[in-house]
Design a protein around this ligand. Structure first.
Ligand code: SAH
Length: 220
């Protein structure tokens, strides 16, 4: 039993309301909107918060972390999949609840996702298994260094904010590949699109965002 009681029934209507809101906020990609429709976000938050799962807001997932706001999940995913060379192999840094991982799994061939907090990694692993999402590979590790054993990737999505662009991650992109990430301090962050080139990388600042910080090391 993985459906929190009652929520499954009301979720269809509230989910459509969320989709309408995302469209109003400028999300146009139908594949992304469909993935958001298909993945039951209420299963990725604590049961006590399940009734708020289809609000366009970040929610706590324990360990001082949050599940990202649906708008930002949709926006980062849209930027990534609309990249001219459509990404197939994607790295996510910051599995958290596993919600963004689940969304990505619907849109690309394989998702690799790393999380530094063991409890969150295990919880996400269990839920994604229950949902029978199989084209993913999760790992409990410090993602600042990426996942060298599976690099290079077509795309990287970072769901916690470093203070600068991590070169270790840029190096794990294929040439022409794209990385979408928040960069900045806790108070001031901007969403950045990085494109790896033969010589190095190009960057473009997109919009202001607010994420938890990217921290070093692993935690139990
Ligand atoms: N994508 C997640 C967002 C979770 S918040 C979701 O949809 O729920 C960001 C996550 O990044 C947190 O779980 C945090 O523990 C993790 N994180 C922070 N620094 C990290 C690092 N260096 N390596 C891996 N994960 C990290």
């Amino acid at each position: 039993m993985i459906d929190h009681q009652g929520i499954g029934m009301t979720s269809r209507r509230t989910k459509e309301r969320l989709i309408d809101r995302l469209k109003a906020e400028g999300i146009k990609n139908l594949e992304v909107l469909n993935a958001i429709r298909e993945i039951p976000r209420h299963l990725f938050v604590d049961e006590a918060l399940a009734s708020r799962a289809y609000e366009d807001t970040a929610l706590p997932i324990g360990y001082g972390q949050t599940i990202s706001q649906p708008y930002i999940v949709a926006r980062m995913t849209e930027i990534m999949i609309e990249h001219p060379t459509q990404p197939k192999y994607v790295l996510e840094v910051g599995t958290g609840s596993g919600y963004q991982t689940a969304i990505l799994s619907r849109l690309v061939t394989r998702v690799f996702s790393v999380e530094r907090i063991k409890g969150l990694h295990q919880q996400a692993q269990k839920l994604l298994r229950q949902l029978q999402i199989r084209n993913i590979k999760l790992k409990h590790t410090d993602g600042g260094m990426g996942m060298p054993e599976y690099a290079p990737f077509d795309a990287i999505i970072v769901t916690a904010a470093p203070e600068g662009i991590p070169l270790g991650l840029v190096n794990q992109l294929k040439t022409g590949g794209v990385m979408v990430l928040p960069v900045g301090t806790r108070d001031e962050q901007v969403l950045v699109r990085v494109i790896k080139t033969e010589e190095g990388y190009e960057k473009e600042f997109l919009e202001r965002v607010s994420f938890v910080p990217l921290l070093g090391g692993v935690s139990s």
